[in-house]
Design a protein around this ligand. Structure first.
Ligand SMILES: [Zn+2]
Length: 255
């Protein structure tokens, strides 16, 4: 795969980075990344991945754009209200970078369609807004041995971790049980500051780019909890749980 002259100019500020170069740019161009959710986290993440020249973005989201989304979901504009988020997202991303292929999948990510959606993907970025989807994405990524970057936000807080499936702690090693649904809060009932979602989504894109380039130190085996109202970061190590129902090695199983 050859890089065109106009692409050298487009990506010049990152190609001059020693961690990218021409080889790294080709790696990004040949990469296929699946984004679960085209909302508060998926919007900034997808914009930066498209801008960086990641060749194929698969966006999975079942929702339509609502007025209350626009405070943080920066892929969607006022005139997009009522439109499928995946179609609104594709328009903006192609407009930003026509060299990127964007596949719009208007559906929910579930264990039933996971195999089909993940086929050929190099990395998954989970910006979904509920525990059921996060557990399903994590289990599917581990089964397919696809690296996963997940993030979550609520109010002024954000969380982030990267998973090298089968090698480092997975989402379910970190959170073995989903919270009691009665106690689980969502952005719709507890609130979210838009720029906090923007910050975490952007960090997810940076993690994804490093994994695709095979450079730097990722946030694998480490969990970051960030409190933006106090501007504090809490890091803790996360080890694989021997009894994790998702990623623990089963006796006699082939790996
Ligand atoms: Zn696990």
């Amino acid at each position: 795969m050859k890089i065109k002259n106009k692409d050298i100019e487009r990506y010049s500020r990152q190609i001059i980075l020693p961690e990218v170069g021409g080889e790294g740019q080709k790696r990004l161009k040949s990469a296929r990344v699946l984004l679960v959710g085209g909302g508060g986290l998926g919007s900034p993440a997808a914009l930066y991945l498209a801008a960086a020249g990641v060749g194929t973005l698969v966006i999975v989201d079942n929702d339509a754009v609502d007025l209350s989304n626009l405070q943080r979901q920066i892929l969607h504009f006022t005139q997009d209200m009522g439109k499928a988020k995946v179609l609104s997202a594709r328009e903006k991303l192609i407009s930003l970078n026509p060299g990127v292929k964007v596949l719009a999948k208007k559906t929910r990510f579930t264990s039933a369609n996971a195999d089909r959606l993940l086929a050929g993907c190099d990395l998954v970025l989970d910006g979904s807004d509920n525990f059921e989807t996060r557990y399903a994405v994590n289990a599917a990524c581990v089964a397919h041995k696809i690296p996963l970057v997940w993030g979550a936000v609520l109010r002024w807080e954000g969380q982030l971790m990267t998973v090298f499936s089968g090698k480092t702690a997975c989402y379910q090693c970190l959170f073995p049980e989903p919270p009691d649904p009665a106690l689980a809060q969502s952005c719709s009932n507890a609130g979210i500051m838009g720029s906090v979602a923007g910050t975490i989504g952007t960090m997810m894109a940076t993690e994804a780019l490093k994994v695709l380039l095979g450079k730097g130190e990722s946030l694998s085996g480490r969990f970051w909890g960030m409190d933006f109202i106090k501007m504090r970061v809490r890091e803790r190590g996360v080890v694989r749980r021997r009894n994790c129902p998702v990623c623990a090695e089963k006796p006699g199983a082939l790996h």
